[in-house]
Design a protein around this ligand. Structure first.
Ligand SMILES: Cc1cc2nc3c(=O)[nH]c(=O)nc-3n(C[C@H](O)[C@H](O)[C@H](O)COP(=O)(O)OP(=O)(O)OC[C@H]3O[C@@H](n4cnc5c(N)ncnc54)[C@H](O)[C@@H]3O)c2cc1C
Length: 316
């Protein structure tokens, strides 16, 4: 049986890596192993090796929808995104640090081809540079293409579902498969990737020609809306809860009297009650406690169960 150091260069593997450096909440304990892969072949080799060794593997995008427990993760966190420590931003053109094939972006005709490790901000910027409209909604979502495919990321009326024509996946048995947009079964903050255990390798986006300046204006307008409504100055994972049908999570939370509710350094944002934020030195346990208290109090107040959008990982 090959161990991970015999299938990947040692400088792509870190032991006891603090996950707080890789998650937008800026909290979380260490993963036993943190592995960067640069290509589909490296991902496949890592996946096989970890499976053979019986080590749990978690695929991390930009860590913008994850809460890792303070006890960390007993297994390997594998990422295909470029080194982004400290560079998570909710808006703007984030092109720094592209390292490889899985982070590459290419425009061809009305299509954008992107590796799953590329950021959503970067594909939106590439589309604009290629005079293509349709990805403006993605410019302010701080995740990766891979995470965006899993979650069917969306904002301001746009979502991945509208623009993805196909996605290439690495299945858990090591085979690759290309699925059409329909086969991706995109729904509200979900896709086929939520359950099938596959890794997204890349995606193709079909867009429409438009004037780059008009596209830039739309992106600026959306960024301004975000800055106005969302507590972007604090670490968070965006909207903490899914939108319950016929309601808004933020409104239900406010009606339950929870605006500004806090446990330790974690709390409900004053600016947008749908965001649980880290006010500076929160632990993951405090963030989780706020999330669970909000769910309980909203249920008591309204009879509506708020479901988490944020994914919990590891030991709390
Ligand atoms: C300030 C802020 C604003 C936000 N605004 C929005 C918004 O407007 N709309 C919205 O939809 N979301 C928003 N989010 C949430 C988040 O950015 C999205 O859910 C995003 O799609 C997550 O991408 P990620 O790369 O960070 O994924 P991660 O958080 O790293 O992972 C999310 C899930 O995807 C899986 N995953 C990651 N990469 C792959 C891959 N290549 N193959 C298979 N599985 C993979 C992970 O295993 C995990 O299950 C916001 C977050 C923040 C912090």
């Amino acid at each position: 049986m090959d161990d991970i150091y015999s299938v990947l260069p040692a400088d792509q593997i870190t032991e006891n890596e603090p996950m707080s450096a890789h998650c937008s909440f800026r909290t979380g304990g260490a993963a036993d192993l943190f592995i960067r892969v640069n290509s589909a072949d490296e991902l496949k080799a890592a996946q096989k090796c970890l499976k053979d060794e019986g080590k749990p593997m978690f695929l991390l995008g930009r860590g913008t929808n994850i809460l890792v427990g303070d006890g960390g993760f007993r297994g390997a966190v594998v990422t295909m995104t470029a080194d982004h420590a400290g560079s998570i931003s909710a808006a703007g053109d984030d092109r720094q640090g592209w390292i490889d094939e899985l982070c590459a972006i290419k425009a061809d005709g009305n299509r954008i081809f992107a590796g799953a490790g590329a950021t959503l901000a970067a594909i939106a910027a590439s589309a604009r540079d290629a005079a293509l409209t349709g990805l403006e909604f993605a410019s302010g979502i701080p995740g990766s293409v891979g995470g965006g495919l899993v979650m069917n990321a969306g904002a301001y009326g746009g979502e991945m579902k509208q623009v993805v024509v196909s996605a290439k996946l690495l299945m858990s048995d090591g085979s690759t498969k290309t699925l059409s947009g329909d086969e991706m079964k995109f729904g509200y903050r979900m896709s086929v990737l939520k359950d099938n255990g596959a890794a997204a390798l890349s995606a193709v986006f079909e867009l429409e020609p438009d004037d780059p300046e008009t596209i830039t204006d739309r992106m600026r307008t959306l960024a301004a809306k975000r800055r106005e409504k969302q507590p972007l100055e604090y670490p968070s994972a965006g909207s903490t809860f899914r939108r319950p049908e016929g309601h808004f999570a933020g409104k239900l939370i406010e009606e339950a009297g929870l605006r500004g509710f806090a446990i330790g350094s974690a709390g409900v944002s004053d600016k947008h009650c749908g965001f649980v934020i880290n006010r500076g030195s929160a632990t993951s346990a405090e963030i989780r406690a706020v999330i669970e208290a909000v769910q309980k109090r909203v249920y008591e107040n309204s009879g509506i169960r708020l479901e988490r959008e944020v994914i919990f990982l590891g030991e709390f």
